[in-house]
Design a protein around this ligand. Structure first.
Ligand code: NAD
Length: 738
């Protein structure tokens, strides 16, 4: 019997081969070229061996598989781009053939003449689910947390290994479209209910259940290869089809504003593919996939949302020569809105936390926040009573700073006031060990300034969380002038421990994220003052791909906070640093109308009691003479939002505040949802090229003002034709070593 690196095959006396996928050098199985080659050989072996009646494929790991290794796609594209320079037609043909490799392999499996059953023992995603769909039978484990999904659309791709053809031939088209265009996960029960899998079985009896299907005479022929096959839920040209398709295209448009070519392509593949025989459908899918892979959207999303995100999570920016910290105890000072959230995510990671406030009562109130969050998780079935007890036992509320003794890291989240922060720093340092790291969660005060009162400024760092802490996946790690490498390493170890994504940012007013967010809101103020109807402002932002309109966002962060920031900027940087029309707008809202945002139920929006929905404050449009909506160019509004934010990101790079383009891109998507189809702020610029971007910025500058002035960095890049990923190449050291 052949030996495989990634699979083990055991054939029992019953003639059923159990193929166990277990990659030796990975924590999760992924589809690579090597895996495909071995699978190809295994299919041949199963067919050739007369003693084998059928095969069960399962995984030797907790999960079944995460799907295709997307770096394989990147390599395929890199090869394509190289070949394109020599022979464009041949390059496309090669890309088309490469794209079709997985499709061909799965088709070979399902037509090999012997029955295959996939025993899905754990989460099964993307290309691995497509492999399972090519099997004649599918049994899923009933173990908690097992998920099935085709999430390709989330990285700008779509299920291109037969997924768009098999899913709608197994389940009704509406469910198929929903599953693939959203990329959302299905539980085993839901997958069974839809008809995507045949059986749900207890984890321990999974392989046995799969074998039983074969023993019971499972036919090695897929439904679509049988004569007289009928689509579940009806054909495209049927009453059901006529009901579904016009609505499906409209819903997709509403959800994506046409920004995600891959999502639209799923509709095309299903619609066109169901009108033709199965093999032709596969060819249609292959052709579209070849096209989608070449789009800027797919390339940027794969890079930021898969490759860079993973690299940052694995500590790409961590100083390598410092030993990882195993956290025995973390201190959180200030059990308010943020501190309570930080205590929760820390305890959730299994780390003991001391939560300090000015009184025990206040500290206990902070701990109660964790109990509330857990109750919500329990309602959703995501946590058990046992998890609750364990988590709550890890949080010790206290009013005594002495309880911080022995902490490896302390995170300060007291009031945003220099004096209060100074006192907290001094009291903490009095009990902390020499090597303990002290982090501030300040959002506006530069870390270098706060560190001045510290006895150990090299151990002083910023850990800037976003609210709500339990949901927001990004943490900005702020380096003060004197912050040392050990503090950085510890901070990054901590962010990793709580399973969030860190970006490393050098100290500056507003750091990275808030500088960008302020630009977003500030452009909305400009539009309001110009008399752009408020609803258009909000809708244009969403059409540009932003998840929350700028006015809604400002309501969440509070308008009186904007007022405070404007006042502080005026005081620190002088009159020229703020637009007096913005000050007037914010003062009118806060001082005249007491509109502070969501927190007092009155902001740019009104917040009527539930179940009524929030709506824009009607009088907002009476504050300025309104333009005729028909004359406002919504495309220009969209550009203004994306360009003003991207320009700020470019300035941040020019100033050396952020130094790695991966961090600027990933940070912008995780923190404020910067149009994910662009791949983030810098990829947005790279995607159109610095030259085109500078031209666009110049036009906007002429029409709308100096906020659109491109920094020198960008005009230089426009001239040289460089991208951010070339100029600030994050892989330079690795490239040199190679
Ligand atoms: P908050 O007012 O909800 O909480 C502050 C807590 O600190 C209060 O419970 C207060 O009793 C406690 N406190 C004050 N002085 C103390 C002392 N000397 N010792 C111990 N506890 C003390 O404020 P918040 O919104 O949680 O903000 C806290 C920090 O986080 C601020 O620096 C803020 O800028 C920053 N931040 C806030 C947000 C946000 O969205 N609210 C986001 C990022 C960062």
């Amino acid at each position: 019997m052949t030996n495989y690196k990634n699979f083990k095959i055991e054939t029992g006396a019953d003639g059923i081969a159990v193929v166990t996928w277990n990659m030796p050098d990975k924590s999760m199985n992924v589809l690579t070229v090597e895996v495909m080659t071995e699978l190809d050989q295994i299919i041949d072996q199963v067919v050739a061996d007369a003693a084998i009646k059928g095969a069960v494929i399962t995984s030797g790991k907790d999960t079944f598989s995460g799907g295709a290794d997307l770096t394989m796609m990147q390599e395929m594209l890199a090869r394509f781009k190289k070949e394109q320079k020599q022979d464009a037609d041949k390059a496309v043909q090669n890309l088309f053939d490469n794209v079709g490799r997985m499709t061909g392999l799965y088709r070979k499996l399902e037509t090999c003449g012997k029955p295959w059953v996939s025993a899905i023992n754990g989460t099964c995603m993307g290309g691995a689910l497509e492999l399972s769909l090519a099997c004649h039978g599918r049994v899923v484990s009933d173990a908690e947390g097992v998920k099935l999904a085709l999430p390709e659309v989330k990285v700008g791709l779509f299920p291109g290994a037969g997924g768009t053809q098999r899913v709608p031939r197994l389940v009704n088209q509406q469910d198929a479209l929903q599953m693939m265009t959203t990329g959302s996960s299905l539980t085993a029960a839901r997958a069974k209910g839809m008809g995507l899998v045949h059986e749900v079985a207890p984890a321990k009896k999974l392989v046995e259940a799969a074998k039983k299907m074969i023993r019971n005479g499972l036919k090695p022929v897929q439904p679509w290869d049988e004569k007289g096959f009928k689509l579940p839920g009806g054909a495209i040209y049927s009453a059901a089809g006529a009901n579904l398709w016009p609505a499906a295209t409209a819903i997709l448009r509403r959800e994506t504003s046409g920004n995600y070519p891959a999502a639209l392509t799923i509709l095309k593949c299903v619609y066109e593919g169901l009108l033709v025989p199965f093999d032709t459908g596969l060819k249609i899918e292959q052709r579209y996939f070849t096209h989608i892979l070449q789009t800027t959207e797919a390339q940027s999303m794969i890079r930021s949302l898969f490759v860079s995100l993973q690299e940052l999570n694995k500590g790409a920016r961590r100083p390598a020569d410092i030993k990882p910290t195993k956290f025995k105890k973390i201190g959180v000072i200030g059990a308010g809105f943020m501190g309570a959230g930080i205590a929760y995510v820390t305890a959730k990671a299994g780390i003991p936390v001391v939560l300090i406030d000015r009184s025990l009562e206040a500290a206990e109130k902070g701990k109660a926040h964790s109990a509330d969050l857990i109750a919500k998780e329990m309602q959703k079935g995501r946590m058990t009573a046992e998890d609750k007890d364990k988590l709550l036992a890890l949080i010790t509320p206290s009013a005594d700073y002495a309880a911080l003794d022995g902490a490896d890291l302390v995170i300060e989240a007291v009031f945003e006031d220099r004096g209060v922060k100074q006192a907290a720093t001094e009291q903490a340092e009095a009990v902390l060990g020499q090597n303990a790291i002290f982090a501030s969660n300040t959002s506006t005060l530069p870390i270098t300034g706060l560190a001045k009162v510290s006895q150990r400024p090299k151990n002083f760092i910023g850990l800037h969380f976003f609210s709500p802490v339990d949901k927001m996946m990004l943490v900005e790690v702020i380096m003060g002038k004197k912050t040392g490498e050990k503090a950085l390493a510890t901070a990054l170890d901590y962010v990793r421990a709580i399973k969030k994504t860190p970006i490393v940012v050098n100290d500056t007013r507003g750091f990275y994220v808030n500088r960008c967010v302020l630009r977003y809101m500030s452009e909305a103020y400009n539009m309001l003052v110009e008399g752009v109807p408020p609803a258009m402002i909000e809708n244009a932002a969403k059409m540009a791909g932003m998840p929350v309109g700028p006015l809604a966002l400002n309501d969440e962060t509070a308008i009186d906070l904007s007022q405070k920031i404007l006042k502080a900027t005026l005081a620190d940087l002088g009159d020229k640093a703020v637009d007096p029309r913005h000050v007037e707008l914010v003062n009118t809202l806060v001082d005249k109308y007491d509109r502070l945002g969501r927190k007092n139920g009155k902001g740019f929006y009104d917040y009527p009691a539930r179940p009524a929905k929030k709506h824009l404050w009607p009088e907002l449009s009476t504050l300025y003479p309104q333009q005729d909506a028909d004359k406002v160019d919504v495309e220009v509004l969209k550009e203004r939002f994306l360009v003003t934010i991207a320009l700020e990101a470019a300035r941040v790079m020019e100033e050396g505040i952020v130094t790695d383009p991966r961090e600027a891109d990933v940070g912008s998507i995780l923190a404020f949802g910067f149009a994910p189809y662009t791949g983030g702020t810098l990829s947005y610029i790279d995607g159109m090229g610095a030259k085109a971007f500078v031209k666009l910025a110049k036009k906007l500058q002429k029409d709308y003002g100096a906020q659109f002035k491109a920094p020198k960095l960008l005009t230089d890049m426009a001239e040289s034709g460089e991208t951010f990923y070339q100029r600030f190449n994050p892989y330079k050291a690795a490239d040199k070593a190679a």
